[in-house]
Ligand binder design. Structure first.
Ligand code: PGH
Ligand code: CA
Ligand code: ZN
Length: 305
Protein backbone atom coordinates (compact mmCIF):
# COMPACT_ATOMS: atom_id res chain seq x y z
CA UNK A 1 0.00 0.00 0.00
CA UNK A 2 1.11 3.54 -0.81
CA UNK A 3 1.75 5.71 2.25
CA UNK A 4 3.87 8.78 2.96
CA UNK A 5 7.13 9.06 4.87
CA UNK A 6 5.46 10.57 7.90
CA UNK A 7 3.34 7.43 8.31
CA UNK A 8 6.54 5.37 8.21
CA UNK A 9 8.94 7.54 10.17
CA UNK A 10 6.91 8.69 13.15
CA UNK A 11 6.43 5.11 14.44
CA UNK A 12 10.06 4.27 13.59
CA UNK A 13 11.32 7.27 15.51
CA UNK A 14 9.10 6.45 18.47
CA UNK A 15 10.05 2.75 18.58
CA UNK A 16 13.75 3.14 17.86
CA UNK A 17 14.20 1.56 14.44
CA UNK A 18 14.89 3.09 11.03
CA UNK A 19 13.20 2.72 7.66
CA UNK A 20 15.47 2.32 4.64
CA UNK A 21 15.11 4.63 1.66
CA UNK A 22 16.47 2.78 -1.34
CA UNK A 23 17.28 4.56 -4.59
CA UNK A 24 15.91 3.02 -7.77
CA UNK A 25 16.20 4.03 -11.41
CA UNK A 26 14.99 0.94 -13.22
CA UNK A 27 12.59 -1.99 -12.93
CA UNK A 28 15.17 -4.44 -11.59
CA UNK A 29 16.07 -2.20 -8.65
CA UNK A 30 12.38 -1.61 -7.88
CA UNK A 31 11.65 -5.36 -7.98
CA UNK A 32 14.66 -5.97 -5.72
CA UNK A 33 13.58 -3.49 -3.06
CA UNK A 34 9.88 -4.34 -3.12
CA UNK A 35 10.49 -8.11 -3.00
CA UNK A 36 12.90 -7.56 -0.11
CA UNK A 37 10.26 -5.53 1.75
CA UNK A 38 7.67 -8.28 1.27
CA UNK A 39 10.04 -11.05 2.35
CA UNK A 40 11.20 -9.08 5.40
CA UNK A 41 7.70 -7.77 6.22
CA UNK A 42 9.27 -4.33 6.35
CA UNK A 43 8.00 -0.85 5.56
CA UNK A 44 10.00 0.72 2.74
CA UNK A 45 10.74 4.06 1.12
CA UNK A 46 11.38 3.93 -2.62
CA UNK A 47 13.58 6.90 -3.46
CA UNK A 48 13.91 8.54 -6.86
CA UNK A 49 16.39 11.34 -7.59
CA UNK A 50 16.10 14.06 -10.24
CA UNK A 51 18.85 12.30 -12.17
CA UNK A 52 16.91 9.01 -12.03
CA UNK A 53 13.93 10.94 -13.43
CA UNK A 54 16.15 12.32 -16.17
CA UNK A 55 17.30 8.79 -16.96
CA UNK A 56 14.00 6.92 -16.94
CA UNK A 57 11.27 9.56 -17.12
CA UNK A 58 8.97 10.81 -14.36
CA UNK A 59 5.85 9.02 -15.63
CA UNK A 60 7.61 5.67 -16.07
CA UNK A 61 9.21 5.75 -12.63
CA UNK A 62 6.21 7.02 -10.72
CA UNK A 63 3.85 4.53 -12.38
CA UNK A 64 6.03 1.46 -11.74
CA UNK A 65 6.49 2.43 -8.10
CA UNK A 66 2.75 3.06 -7.65
CA UNK A 67 2.10 -0.33 -9.27
CA UNK A 68 4.54 -1.95 -6.84
CA UNK A 69 2.92 -0.19 -3.88
CA UNK A 70 -0.51 -1.48 -4.93
CA UNK A 71 0.80 -5.02 -5.31
CA UNK A 72 2.65 -5.44 -2.02
CA UNK A 73 1.15 -6.08 1.44
CA UNK A 74 3.62 -3.71 3.14
CA UNK A 75 3.53 0.10 3.43
CA UNK A 76 5.63 1.76 0.73
CA UNK A 77 6.24 5.43 0.01
CA UNK A 78 7.27 7.04 -3.25
CA UNK A 79 9.82 9.65 -2.31
CA UNK A 80 11.69 12.33 -4.25
CA UNK A 81 15.31 12.25 -3.08
CA UNK A 82 17.34 15.49 -3.27
CA UNK A 83 14.73 17.58 -5.05
CA UNK A 84 16.70 20.64 -6.10
CA UNK A 85 14.02 23.25 -6.74
CA UNK A 86 10.35 24.05 -6.27
CA UNK A 87 9.43 23.10 -9.85
CA UNK A 88 10.88 19.57 -9.61
CA UNK A 89 9.15 18.99 -6.30
CA UNK A 90 5.80 20.26 -7.66
CA UNK A 91 6.04 17.99 -10.69
CA UNK A 92 6.67 14.99 -8.46
CA UNK A 93 3.74 15.87 -6.21
CA UNK A 94 1.64 16.13 -9.36
CA UNK A 95 2.85 12.69 -10.46
CA UNK A 96 1.67 11.13 -7.19
CA UNK A 97 4.80 11.11 -5.04
CA UNK A 98 3.78 10.76 -1.40
CA UNK A 99 6.95 12.32 0.00
CA UNK A 100 9.45 14.84 -1.26
CA UNK A 101 12.83 16.06 -0.17
CA UNK A 102 13.72 19.66 -0.88
CA UNK A 103 17.49 19.90 -0.64
CA UNK A 104 18.30 23.52 0.07
CA UNK A 105 21.54 22.58 1.78
CA UNK A 106 23.55 24.74 -0.63
CA UNK A 107 21.59 27.83 0.28
CA UNK A 108 22.09 30.28 3.11
CA UNK A 109 20.04 29.44 6.20
CA UNK A 110 17.27 31.98 5.52
CA UNK A 111 17.00 31.00 1.86
CA UNK A 112 16.86 27.32 2.78
CA UNK A 113 14.09 28.15 5.27
CA UNK A 114 12.14 30.12 2.67
CA UNK A 115 12.40 27.44 -0.04
CA UNK A 116 11.56 24.64 2.38
CA UNK A 117 8.59 26.55 3.80
CA UNK A 118 7.28 27.16 0.30
CA UNK A 119 7.46 23.42 -0.42
CA UNK A 120 5.79 22.55 2.89
CA UNK A 121 2.94 24.99 2.18
CA UNK A 122 2.40 23.41 -1.23
CA UNK A 123 2.83 19.75 -0.19
CA UNK A 124 1.05 19.46 3.16
CA UNK A 125 -2.47 20.31 1.93
CA UNK A 126 -2.04 17.44 -0.55
CA UNK A 127 -1.00 14.98 2.16
CA UNK A 128 2.59 14.87 0.97
CA UNK A 129 5.35 14.69 3.58
CA UNK A 130 8.44 16.90 3.29
CA UNK A 131 12.08 16.26 4.16
CA UNK A 132 14.66 19.04 4.16
CA UNK A 133 18.40 19.20 4.72
CA UNK A 134 20.46 21.44 6.93
CA UNK A 135 24.24 21.25 6.83
CA UNK A 136 26.13 19.71 3.94
CA UNK A 137 27.58 16.31 3.26
CA UNK A 138 31.12 16.16 1.92
CA UNK A 139 31.76 14.59 -1.45
CA UNK A 140 29.88 14.51 -4.71
CA UNK A 141 26.16 15.06 -4.74
CA UNK A 142 23.61 14.35 -7.44
CA UNK A 143 23.74 16.86 -10.27
CA UNK A 144 24.72 19.99 -8.40
CA UNK A 145 28.12 21.14 -7.27
CA UNK A 146 30.96 19.17 -5.89
CA UNK A 147 30.92 19.76 -2.19
CA UNK A 148 34.46 19.39 -0.98
CA UNK A 149 34.01 20.49 2.60
CA UNK A 150 31.35 19.09 4.86
CA UNK A 151 29.34 21.56 6.92
CA UNK A 152 28.07 19.60 9.89
CA UNK A 153 24.56 20.43 11.11
CA UNK A 154 24.40 22.91 13.97
CA UNK A 155 21.93 21.66 16.64
CA UNK A 156 20.50 25.11 17.49
CA UNK A 157 20.12 26.01 13.82
CA UNK A 158 18.36 22.66 13.28
CA UNK A 159 15.86 23.50 16.02
CA UNK A 160 15.12 26.91 14.51
CA UNK A 161 14.94 25.45 11.00
CA UNK A 162 12.34 22.82 11.91
CA UNK A 163 10.28 25.34 13.85
CA UNK A 164 10.28 27.87 11.00
CA UNK A 165 9.58 25.43 8.17
CA UNK A 166 7.25 22.79 9.62
CA UNK A 167 9.14 19.98 7.85
CA UNK A 168 8.27 16.36 8.63
CA UNK A 169 11.84 15.04 8.64
CA UNK A 170 15.30 16.56 8.73
CA UNK A 171 18.43 15.28 6.97
CA UNK A 172 21.50 16.03 9.04
CA UNK A 173 25.20 16.14 8.25
CA UNK A 174 27.19 14.29 10.91
CA UNK A 175 30.10 12.95 8.90
CA UNK A 176 28.63 10.71 6.19
CA UNK A 177 28.95 11.42 2.47
CA UNK A 178 27.50 10.12 -0.77
CA UNK A 179 29.18 7.52 -2.94
CA UNK A 180 31.70 4.71 -2.51
CA UNK A 181 34.63 6.75 -1.16
CA UNK A 182 33.46 8.15 2.13
CA UNK A 183 36.63 8.15 4.18
CA UNK A 184 40.33 8.38 3.41
CA UNK A 185 41.26 7.28 6.92
CA UNK A 186 39.06 5.71 9.58
CA UNK A 187 35.26 6.17 9.38
CA UNK A 188 34.17 8.85 11.80
CA UNK A 189 30.68 10.11 12.69
CA UNK A 190 29.91 12.91 15.11
CA UNK A 191 27.58 11.09 17.49
CA UNK A 192 27.73 13.85 20.11
CA UNK A 193 26.37 16.29 17.53
CA UNK A 194 23.66 13.82 16.59
CA UNK A 195 22.70 13.46 20.26
CA UNK A 196 22.41 17.24 20.61
CA UNK A 197 20.30 17.55 17.45
CA UNK A 198 18.01 14.77 18.70
CA UNK A 199 17.59 16.64 21.98
CA UNK A 200 16.51 19.83 20.24
CA UNK A 201 14.54 18.51 17.26
CA UNK A 202 11.44 16.35 17.57
CA UNK A 203 10.88 15.37 13.91
CA UNK A 204 12.43 12.13 12.60
CA UNK A 205 16.08 12.52 11.57
CA UNK A 206 17.52 11.27 8.29
CA UNK A 207 20.97 9.88 7.52
CA UNK A 208 22.13 10.29 3.93
CA UNK A 209 25.27 8.75 2.51
CA UNK A 210 24.81 5.72 4.73
CA UNK A 211 26.04 2.88 2.50
CA UNK A 212 28.49 0.53 4.15
CA UNK A 213 30.37 -0.36 0.93
CA UNK A 214 30.72 -4.00 2.05
CA UNK A 215 34.21 -5.29 1.30
CA UNK A 216 32.92 -8.66 0.09
CA UNK A 217 31.02 -6.90 -2.69
CA UNK A 218 34.04 -4.78 -3.57
CA UNK A 219 36.19 -7.92 -3.68
CA UNK A 220 33.73 -9.68 -5.96
CA UNK A 221 33.53 -6.69 -8.30
CA UNK A 222 37.31 -6.33 -8.38
CA UNK A 223 37.73 -10.07 -8.99
CA UNK A 224 35.72 -9.63 -12.19
CA UNK A 225 37.52 -6.53 -13.40
CA UNK A 226 36.15 -3.52 -11.49
CA UNK A 227 38.50 -0.76 -10.36
CA UNK A 228 37.35 0.33 -6.92
CA UNK A 229 40.53 0.81 -4.92
CA UNK A 230 39.99 2.72 -1.69
CA UNK A 231 36.21 2.32 -1.61
CA UNK A 232 35.02 2.63 1.97
CA UNK A 233 31.68 3.21 3.71
CA UNK A 234 29.98 3.45 7.10
CA UNK A 235 30.57 0.41 9.31
CA UNK A 236 27.37 -1.38 10.33
CA UNK A 237 28.02 -0.73 14.04
CA UNK A 238 28.02 3.01 13.30
CA UNK A 239 24.65 2.65 11.59
CA UNK A 240 23.23 0.82 14.61
CA UNK A 241 24.59 3.49 16.92
CA UNK A 242 23.14 6.27 14.73
CA UNK A 243 19.71 4.61 14.99
CA UNK A 244 20.05 4.47 18.77
CA UNK A 245 20.86 8.20 18.64
CA UNK A 246 17.61 8.99 16.84
CA UNK A 247 18.08 8.37 13.10
CA UNK A 248 14.78 7.05 11.69
CA UNK A 249 15.39 7.10 7.91
CA UNK A 250 18.53 5.79 6.24
CA UNK A 251 19.34 6.39 2.58
CA UNK A 252 21.06 3.68 0.57
CA UNK A 253 22.06 3.91 -3.06
CA UNK A 254 25.74 3.01 -3.46
CA UNK A 255 25.49 -0.48 -1.92
CA UNK A 256 22.77 -1.41 -4.42
CA UNK A 257 24.84 -0.09 -7.33
CA UNK A 258 27.84 -2.08 -6.13
CA UNK A 259 25.84 -5.30 -5.69
CA UNK A 260 24.32 -4.85 -9.14
CA UNK A 261 27.64 -4.19 -10.85
CA UNK A 262 29.56 -6.96 -9.09
CA UNK A 263 26.93 -9.50 -10.10
CA UNK A 264 26.60 -8.35 -13.70
CA UNK A 265 30.38 -8.61 -13.98
CA UNK A 266 30.37 -12.08 -12.45
CA UNK A 267 27.61 -13.38 -14.72
CA UNK A 268 29.23 -12.00 -17.86
CA UNK A 269 32.63 -13.38 -16.87
CA UNK A 270 31.30 -16.82 -15.98
CA UNK A 271 28.82 -17.16 -18.85
CA UNK A 272 30.41 -15.59 -21.92
CA UNK A 273 27.81 -17.18 -24.18
CA UNK A 274 24.87 -15.60 -22.32
CA UNK A 275 23.05 -12.77 -24.04
CA UNK A 276 19.55 -12.90 -22.54
CA UNK A 277 19.21 -9.72 -20.44
CA UNK A 278 17.01 -11.57 -17.96
CA UNK A 279 19.79 -14.05 -17.25
CA UNK A 280 22.17 -11.16 -16.58
CA UNK A 281 19.88 -8.74 -14.76
CA UNK A 282 17.95 -11.43 -12.86
CA UNK A 283 20.95 -12.43 -10.70
CA UNK A 284 21.86 -8.74 -10.29
CA UNK A 285 18.35 -8.09 -8.99
CA UNK A 286 18.70 -11.00 -6.54
CA UNK A 287 22.01 -9.58 -5.30
CA UNK A 288 20.43 -6.16 -4.69
CA UNK A 289 17.53 -7.85 -2.92
CA UNK A 290 19.86 -9.67 -0.53
CA UNK A 291 21.61 -6.38 0.27
CA UNK A 292 18.27 -4.68 0.97
CA UNK A 293 17.11 -7.53 3.20
CA UNK A 294 20.34 -7.25 5.18
CA UNK A 295 19.74 -3.51 5.61
CA UNK A 296 16.19 -4.07 6.83
CA UNK A 297 17.47 -6.45 9.51
CA UNK A 298 20.26 -4.04 10.46
CA UNK A 299 17.86 -1.09 10.65
CA UNK A 300 15.36 -3.08 12.72
CA UNK A 301 12.52 -2.51 10.23
CA UNK A 302 12.08 -6.23 9.46
CA UNK A 303 8.77 -7.47 10.81
CA UNK A 304 7.47 -3.90 11.36
CA UNK A 305 5.09 -3.83 8.38
C1 PGH B 1 21.87 8.72 -0.35
C2 PGH B 1 22.63 7.46 -0.62
N1 PGH B 1 20.86 9.02 -1.19
O1 PGH B 1 20.14 10.13 -1.03
O2 PGH B 1 22.11 9.49 0.56
O3 PGH B 1 23.92 7.46 -0.03
O4 PGH B 1 25.78 6.89 -1.58
O5 PGH B 1 25.87 6.20 0.78
O6 PGH B 1 24.29 5.09 -0.75
P1 PGH B 1 25.01 6.35 -0.43
CA1 CA C 1 22.43 18.33 -0.03
ZN1 ZN D 1 21.41 11.58 -0.16
Amino acid sequence: MLVNNKDLLVPASRKGYAVGAFNINNLEALLAVSEAAVEEKSPIIVAVTPSAIKYAGLAYLSEIVKTAAKSVPVPMSLHLDHGEDFETVSKCVGAGFTSVMIDGSFLKFDENVALTKRVVDMAHPKGVAVEAELGRLAGVEEKTVEEKEAVLTDPDAAKEFVKKTGVDALAVAVGTSHGAYKFKAEPKLDFERLRQIREKVSVPLVLHGASSVPQWIIEKAVKYGAELAGAKGIPEEHIKKAISFGIAKINIDTDLRLAFTATVREVLAKSPKEFDPRKILGPAKEAMKEVVKGKMRLFGSSGKA
